[in-house]
Design a protein around this ligand. Structure first.
Ligand SMILES: Cc1ncc(COP(=O)(O)O)c(C=O)c1O
Length: 400
């Protein structure tokens, strides 16, 4: 038999999806499974975007330019300006989801063996994209006790060596919901400047910030414009995960030209997705108000509910729609699998993402799970009841 690549073998399974077969079996047994594992919002897509598909009237579904339609990129300039992000259409490259933006950023900036430092827990696919590029992620651990704030900059400094090429942050953060403060962003800027690193900043959740604290984009940091690579996506903003539209934004011309070679090789980002995403820029302002209010309520409901369960602790996430909670269990991987394979309460069970897969440092996150609050309050309420019952039952099982 031909031999699979080492890279293929090294490629991690998604911690978000790896328990999916157990969930499928639970559903096949007739159980209702509450999906707390995945950031697929149940919020409707804006009408402006849906109308764009309804009114689609084309004779040819052609390739678009490799960097995306200029009309869309020009309209995005106005969107970013509202966040004080001053970019031109030529700084923006449209990608097949934010996922492709991360992959192309890594492929264009990192050689095999190069390292990037990432505060962990981190969005797990960064690990997968790093493996794709042959690069190495060095995790700097943030802790639940400190609300997952930025670890001390000394910890980053300790990891910097001749192979270090960049820092990757996610702000607001998936999985922790943490929002970096101005002071923290300035610390990151100084580090990037001092060692002339790339700063990959994934800001796909900027619409979802709940505390009134300012959103400091990497693009606001003066003096490191050529170092910054902004990762963006419409997936969460407009509940358009399926249209596969994201963006890579950089003012670094050499990097843009390099990324464009990867874009040209894959020919073009999705045509229909761009049409929908462009139309969605005209979404009714009420759409965002209603969506935002809904997430504010869900967040409070979930976090209060979690912290009321004996032994469970969750910090209050400031943004995005996830939290990392600590559970009173020996091994969250085992517990999450057990919930799907061996437990039910009233015909229901829960699907959570074990947090260990969001860390690169082995052994971390063993008693933590990531919970997405993308379900309506009634379902979240039921899921909380199921979680409490599951913990009681699991912890009363005889241990080997
Ligand atoms: C932090 C973060 N970045 C990037 C992505 C990728 O999004 P997409 O490829 O759907 O645009 C996601 C999706 O969940 C995410 O949570």
């Amino acid at each position: 038999m031909p031999v699979i690549s080492e890279r293929g073998i090294e490629m991690p399974n998604s911690p978000i999806r790896k328990l999916a077969p157990l969930s499928d079996s639970a559903k096949a047994r007739g159980l209702k499974v509450y999906h707390l594992n995945i950031g697929q919002p149940d919020i409707a897509t804006p009408e402006a975007g849906l109308d764009a598909i309804r009114n689609l009237d084309r004779k040819i579904l052609e390739y678009s330019p490799s960097d995306g339609y200029r009309s869309y990129r020009e309209k995005l300039v106005g969107y970013y300006a509202k966040y004080n992000i001053n970019v031109s259409a030529d700084d923006i490259i449209i990608t097949t989801g934010g996922s492709e933006a991360v992959l192309f950023a890594f492929l264009a900036c990192l050689d095999p063996g190069d390292e990037i430092i990432v505060p962990e827990p981190a969005y797990a696919n960064y690990m997968a994209f790093a493996v794709s590029a042959g690069a190495v992620i060095r995790g700097v651990s943030s802790t639940i006790e400190e609300g997952f704030s930025l670890p001390s900059i000394d910890k980053f400094e300790e990891l910097i060596n001749e192979r270090t090429k960049g820092i990757m942050i996610c702000n607001p953060n998936n999985p922790t919901g943490y929002l970096y403060t101005r002071a923290e962003m300035n610390q990151i800027k100084s580090l990037v400047q001092k060692h002339d690193l790339f700063l990959f900043s994934d800001e796909v959740y900027r619409e979802f910030i709940y505390t009134g604290s300012p959103y400091i984009s990497a693009c606001h940091l003066v003096g490191i414009e050529d170092n910054v690579v902004l990762i963006d996506s419409v997936s969460k903003r407009y509940s358009e995960c399926g249209i596969r539209i994201g963006a890579l934004i950089t003012k670094n011309k050499e990097l843009r030209n390099t990324v464009m070679k990867f874009c040209q090789a894959r020919l073009s980002p999705p045509l229909i997705g761009q049409i929908i995403a462009e139309a969605s820029l005209d979404a009714d302002p009420d759409y965002f108000r209603d969506t935002y209010d809904e997430y504010v309520e869900r967040r409070k409901f979930l976090i209060d509910g979690l912290n009321r369960i004996p032994g469970v602790y969750s910090p209050i996430p400031m943004g995005a729609f996830y939290t990392v909670a600590r559970l009173p269990v020996d091994d969250a991987d085992k517990f999450c699998a057990w919930c799907l394979s061996d437990f039910e309460y009233d015909g229901q069970t829960i699907f959570m993402a074990p947090a260990s897969g969001f860390y690169t440092t082995a052994g971390l996150g063993k008693d933590e799970v990531r919970i997405a609050y993308v379900l309506n309050k009634e379902d979240l309420g039921n899921a909380l009841i199921v979680l409490e019952k599951a913990l009681e039952t699991y912890n009363s099982l005889p241990r080997k």
